[in-house]
Design a protein around this ligand. Structure first.
Ligand SMILES: Cc1cc2nc3c(=O)[nH]c(=O)nc-3n(C[C@H](O)[C@H](O)[C@H](O)COP(=O)(O)OP(=O)(O)OC[C@H]3O[C@@H](n4cnc5c(N)ncnc54)[C@H](O)[C@@H]3O)c2cc1C
Length: 458
């Protein structure tokens, strides 16, 4: 088989992602181009060897690690091939870091909208394969909306090009077969390896304002989020929530222990304009209605300041990651939720999630994230396998209630290996059968990313 590295230390360096799981692959491949990927998959398919694609391995669900077969790292395929201003499209290889792409485009006054909090670490291929979203998905939607075409190597080694339909109307066949780009966005490496992508670009807004708004408590902060989303006076690009503990992490990151000292929560919002002054007064008036003090509100204007604000947001999952690191060797890990509900029901869902933790007598965890989209993350630090099981039992009870509220098990991190057992809670047997049928058609020998989405029985 084409170039494989079987060195133990190399294999172990691809054995961990942000899930906290540990899976050592049999070999690692680091192809430098699409042709090498095609050769590798053709050979792997012929002898039934499993292949799991990996970008930066920031997956929180174990999707990029495996102890079955080969990890195929895309990091050596990291060229920005073209930026076309006329069509507002960039063509890139999958291993390009999202942050590098965003910096390159910014120099030209352009932007790629998806902005997962991990954007400085994660790859474009990983973001597409997970249909990643981020704070600004509140306005721009998830990655899916910004992919125009993909070049994909299938399990057989065949390379195909899939492109969004050019027509505005289409009455041929069932919707799932009308646009094949959608098959691969969010497929978590199970249907093919993305070797190039055409991405839709947008102009950068002329002015950007970030506002960090401490509020008295969780219920007023979550009511403020709904009001800001529905108000006609402000137009939030993102509405990110920090509970008391995550605000404490952000405060430490900001190096100011006295900031919002009496607040029990914080909301970070962004607003953009075409050049006119952002509606700061309208934001402050709205925030005051929910108990905020003007003096506590921090404003971030301009590129460097907004980047600084994003670092505060990133500090929350990064700190949770650090807190759990000492317990990984003993089988502990971060248990993190990714469920979402219709945004107006988010306060009810967060209260319910906290109640389940209290009823089970476990540490309450922290709650933060994309509440503007009804999408919090609740994070628990499990010190050992017994605590992992206890927290997961709480999460499962929460997920059942979330689904009854019209929610979803995963809004952005995907299913991977960790959440596969909850798939049947959300999807009907017919829907699961459809997933299996597509998988069988494109990957009949089941070599691609085994265990992801459909679980180990896939
Ligand atoms: C601190 C932190 C913050 C995060 N914040 C967010 C957030 O705000 N929003 C969000 O959506 N996610 C977030 N994540 C999760 C994760 O960063 C994203 O899902 C990210 O897009 C994964 O990219 P990656 O390059 O690390 O992919 P990996 O973790 O390497 O892989 C993820 C999945 O994509 C598949 N894959 C990778 N490359 C390809 C390819 N070329 N072809 C086919 N399949 C491929 C893998 O097989 C795997 O299934 C966060 C993670 C961390 C650690």
């Amino acid at each position: 088989m084409s170039a494989l590295d079987r060195d133990q230390s190399v294999r172990e360096s691809y054995a961990r992602d942000a899930s906290g799981l540990w899976r050592v692959p049999d070999a690692v491949a680091r192809p430098g181009g699409a042709h090498e990927v095609a050769t590798l998959l053709r050979e792997a398919n012929a002898d039934g060897t499993a292949v799991t694609a990996a970008g930066s391995q920031t997956s929180t669900t174990g999707a990029s690690i495996t102890d079955r077969g080969i990890v195929l790292s895309t990091r050596a395929m990291a060229r920005i091939l073209d930026v076309d201003r006329a069509t507002m499209t960039a063509r890139v290889e999958p291993g390009v870091l999202l942050g590098d792409l965003q910096r390159t485009l910014a120099a030209d006054g352009l932007a790629f909208a998806p902005d997962p909090t991990s954007d400085q670490e994660c790859t474009v291929g990983g973001a597409i394969a997970c249909n990643a979203s981020g704070p600004r998905s509140l306005r721009y939607g998830a990655t899916r909306a910004h992919v125009r075409a993909l070049t994909v190597v299938l399990a057989s080694g065949e390379t195909i090009e899939v492109r969004r339909p050019q027509v505005e109307k289409n009455a041929v066949g069932y919707p799932p077969v009308q646009d094949l780009v959608d098959w691969f966005v969010g497929s978590e490496g199970t249907l093919g390896v993305i070797v190039a992508a055409d991405l839709a670009l947008m102009p950068r807004p002329a002015r950007e304002l970030g506002l960090a708004i401490p509020l008295p408590d969780e219920s007023r902060a979550l009511a403020f989020v709904v009001a800001a989303r529905e108000s006609g006076d402000v137009r939030p690009r993102c509405l990110e929530y920090f509970d008391a503990e995550s605000f404490a992490i952000a405060r430490t990151g900001a190096g100011d222990a006295t900031w919002g000292a009496t607040a029990g929560a914080m909301v970070y919002a962004e607003e953009t304009t075409d050049g006119e002054d952002p509606p700061l007064d309208a934001w402050l008036a709205l925030a005051e209605r929910f108990g905020a003090h003007d003096g506590d509100v921090r404003a971030y204007e301009g590129d460097a300041a907004i980047r600084e604000a994003r670092r505060l947001r990133h500090a929350v999952p990064a700190t949770m990651h650090e807190r759990v690191a000492p317990f990984l060797a003993a089988g502990g890990r971060r248990v993190s939720t990714d469920w979402a509900v219709p945004y107006r029901r988010a306060a009810e869902a967060v209260a319910m999630a906290r109640r389940h933790a209290a009823d089970a007598n476990v540490a309450p965890g922290i709650v933060y994230g994309h509440l503007g989209n009804g999408h919090p993350h609740q994070n628990f630090v499990a010190h050992d396998p017994a605590e992992v099981r206890a927290f997961e039992a709480v999460v499962e009870r929460t997920v059942r209630d979330v689904l009854a509220m019209g929610g979803t098990v995963s809004a952005e991190h995907g299913i991977g290996k960790l959440k596969a057992r909850w798939l049947p809670l959300q999807l009907s047997p017919t829907q699961v059968a459809m997933l299996r049928a597509i998988k069988r058609e494109l990957d009949p020998r089941g070599i691609l990313a085994p265990g992801n989405i459909l679980g180990s029985a896939a």
